[in-house]
Design a protein around this ligand. Structure first.
Ligand code: AMP
Ligand code: MG
Length: 315
C-alpha cells in the first residue's frame, strides 16, 4: 500500500515532469524556437527511461481499471505528428498492460465519400470514447486544420457552402475549441499530444524504413512528397498549437527524436490526466453490503453439487 504522502509526491513528480511540454492557453508557439525535438531533460539514459516507462504503464493500468469501474468519465488521447514520428510505436508501448476492453484506437485516413457528405467533425464524433473508456485518435480532427490547410485542394472536396471559405481556419479553431469544451464539460476529457520530430531525424527514419526489409511496408513515396511541405506543416502545427491549447483540452509538445523519451513523456501526460480525473471504484452502501452478506450466507448453505448430468448421454 502506498501512503497518501508518497502518492502525492509521485503525482507531483509526474506533474513537474510534463510541465515543460505543456502549451499554455494563449501562448504563441513557434516550433523550432520554443520546443526542441531532442530534449531529454534529466532522465539521462535509455536504461533509466525503460524503468520509468514500466512504472508509468503500471500506473496507467491501475487508473484505467478505476476509470472503467467509475464509468463517469471517458478519456480521448489525440495523437498528431508527421510521418515516422512514432505514433504507432507510442500507442503500442504506452498501452501495454492496459485492459484491451477499456481502450479503442482509431486511425483516421483520407475521408470517404460518406464522410465528406457530413460536417467535418462528424466522423470523429462517432468514434469518441464512452464513459469508462480510453479512446486514442491516431490522427484526428486536427487533420482538418493541418493536411487540409497545407493542401487547400482538399478543402474543395469538402462541399462547403458558398461564402464560407473566408476565415475558415480561424473559425475551425474556434469550433474545435467549443466542441472540446462541450465534451469536457460532459465527462469526456481530452488530452492532446503532438510528437515533435526534427527534419533530420525524419530523414534518418525514412532511410531505415527503406534499408530494413521488414520496415518497407511502412514507407511510401508519398511520405517523401509530404516532406517537401515541411515548412508549411511546421507553420500549420505552430498555429494549431497557439490557437487550440485550452484549459479544458491542453496540447503537449512531446520531444520525439528519441523514441524511448517520447514514450515516457506520452505515458506521463496520459497518467497525469487520469490522476486529475481521480476515478474511484464505486462504494457499495451499507444496505447493499448487508444484502450481499445475506446472499453469501445462502450460497454457503447450499450443498456443493456434483458434476452436471451429461445432456448427450446415451446418444
Ligand atoms: P497514415 O496515417 O500514414 O496511414 O496516412 C493517413 C493519410 O490520411 C495521411 O496522409 C493523412 O494526411 C491523410 N488524412 C488523414 N485525415 C485526413 C483528412 N481529414 N483529410 C485529408 N487527408 C487526411
Ligand atoms: Mg504514412
Amino acid at each position: 500500500m502506498t501512503s497518501r504522502t508518497s502518492r502525492t509526491s509521485r503525482e507531483q513528480r509526474i506533474a513537474d515532469f510534463i510541465a515543460p511540454f505543456r502549451v499554455e492557453p494563449g501562448q504563441k508557439v513557434k516550433l523550432g524556437r520554443d520546443f526542441a525535438p531532442d530534449f531529454k531533460g534529466t532522465i539521462g539514459s535509455k536504461k533509466r527511461g525503460r524503468k520509468l516507462l514500466v512504472q508509468g504503464t503500471e500506473l496507467l493500468s491501475e487508473y484505467q481499471s478505476r476509470l472503467y469501474a467509475d464509468n463517469t468519465h471517458g478519456v480521448l488521447v489525440v495523437l498528431q505528428a508527421l510521418d515516422a514520428a512514432g505514433k504507432d510505436g507510442t500507442i503500442r508501448h504506452v498501452m501495454t498492460g492496459v485492459n484491451p476492453q477499456g481502450v479503442a484506437v482509431h486511425s483516421f485516413k483520407v475521408p470517404s465519400s460518406e464522410e465528406l457528405d457530413h460536417d467535418y467533425l462528424w466522423r470523429y464524433g462517432v468514434r469518441l470514447p464512452g464513459r469508462g473508456q480510453i479512446g486514442i485518435f491516431n490522427r484526428s480532427h486536427y487533420e482538418e486544420v493541418l493536411v487540409v490547410r497545407v493542401h487547400q485542394e482538399l478543402l474543395d472536396r469538402q462541399k462547403l457552402p458558398r461564402g464560407t471559405r473566408k476565415g475558415v481556419w480561424k473559425r475551425r479553431y474556434h469550433e474545435i475549441n467549443e466542441w472540446e469544451r462541450m465534451l469536457s464539460a460532459n465527462g469526456i476529457k481530452i488530452v492532446k499530444l503532438f510528437l515533435n520530430l526534427s527534419h533530420e531525424e525524419q530523414r534518418i527514419r525514412f532511410l531505415r524504413r527503406i534499408d530494413l526489409r521488414d520496415h518497407n511496408w511502412k514507407f511510401s513515396a508519398a511520405d517523401v512528397r509530404e516532406r517537401e511541405y515541411w515548412d508549411s506543416y511546421q507553420n500549420a502545427f505552430s498555429r494549431m498549437l497557439s490557437s487550440t491549447s485550452t484549459e479544458w483540452a491542453p496540447w503537449y509538445v512531446i520531444p520525439a527524436d528519441r523514441k524511448w523519451y517520447a514514450r515516457i513523456a506520452a505515458a506521463a501526460v496520459i497518467a497525469n490526466t487520469l490522476i486529475e480525473i481521480d476515478p474511484r471504484y464505486p462504494k457499495v452502501g451499507k444496505d447493499a453490503r448487508a444484502a450481499l452478506q445475506e446472499i453469501k450466507t445462502a450460497l454457503e448453505k447450499q450443498a456443493p453439487e456434483g458434476a452436471a448430468p451429461d445432456p448427450f448421454a446415451g446418444e
